[in-house]
Design a protein. Structure first.
Length: 256
């Protein structure tokens, strides 16, 4: 079943693809309800396909962030409850929208979807759950494990702090206009125990340096970060994609 989608001026520059498939919408809503929440932030509500359901969830404080002024005005007129609850701007530029922990949900603009996940990492101590629609390639990267060809910086940095679950595929026909790519919905749940690392900065530097030259052995890719003695360890014979999140964490304590 497909919902009626208002005729908007669709702005390709903002990566706008409006979700219209009510079956998919309900699956996302049900996924959100599986975890307790008080504060909820929707990113890129667009025409309100998700919003109209989210604002009906009992006992929550809801806010949305929307960059497109036209959509903001439409939402305020259509759902008066949103009048003071829409943040005008880009999710990448806003301050934390709540003083206490908040869940993030959205049909995320594909042109900034990876940046959105890194922004969530900046707020990781305030964001216990994320449920988002991503380009399938990004969703797979976020959930992939070591040994996978798409396992990389995003996989390791996200999985260091969140349990990441691929929930379901979404056809491009579920959108107006249909994107050229397939989509997927994933859920991030904050880990209860933090990864033990020398420092978060060291961890990020190591992971990014290792994958920057992913075809090389770790020994050649990260030689600037370790002493010659440490580099003799057999683990440095491997490539970055063969190391688990925990392997990277353990190596931070051996960095020079």
């Amino acid at each position: 079943m497909f919902t009626f989608v208002p005729m908007f001026k669709i702005k390709k520059s903002l990566g706008q693809h409006f979700l219209k498939d009510e079956v998919i919408i309900q699956k996302i809503i049900e996924a959100i309800k599986e975890d307790p929440l008080i504060n909820l932030l929707e990113v890129g509500p667009g025409g309100g396909a998700l919003t109209k359901h989210l604002i009906k969830l009992p006992g929550i404080y809801f806010k949305a962030v929307e960059l497109d002024d036209e959509k903001t005005e439409y939402l305020k007129k259509t759902y008066p409850v949103l009048t003071n609850n829409i943040i005008a701007g880009s999710f990448l530029d806003i301050e934390e929208p709540f003083d206490t922990p908040f869940t993030v949900v959205g049909n995320f603009p594909y042109n900034i979807s990876t940046q959105i996940l890194f922004k969530v990492l900046d707020w990781k101590d305030k964001v216990p759950v994320v449920i988002g629609m991503f380009q399938k390639e990004v969703a797979q990267r976020a959930t992939s494990k070591e040994g996978s060809k798409v396992y990389g910086v995003l996989s390791v940095l996200i999985q260091a702090f969140y349990e990441v679950e691929y929930l379901f595929d979404v056809s491009n026909q579920s959108f107006n206009p249909p994107p050229k790519v397939q989509s997927g919905v994933i859920r991030l749940k904050r880990k209860t125990t933090d990864l033990t690392v020398k420092s978060e900065r060291a961890f990020k530097v190591l992971v990014k340096t290792a994958f920057n030259q992913r075809r090389k052995t770790l020994r050649n890719a990260v030689k600037s970060l370790f002493t010659a003695e440490v580099l003799n360890d057999e683990i440095f014979n491997k490539r970055a994609e063969a190391l688990s999140v925990e392997d990277f964490a353990a190596l931070t304590f051996r960095m020079s």
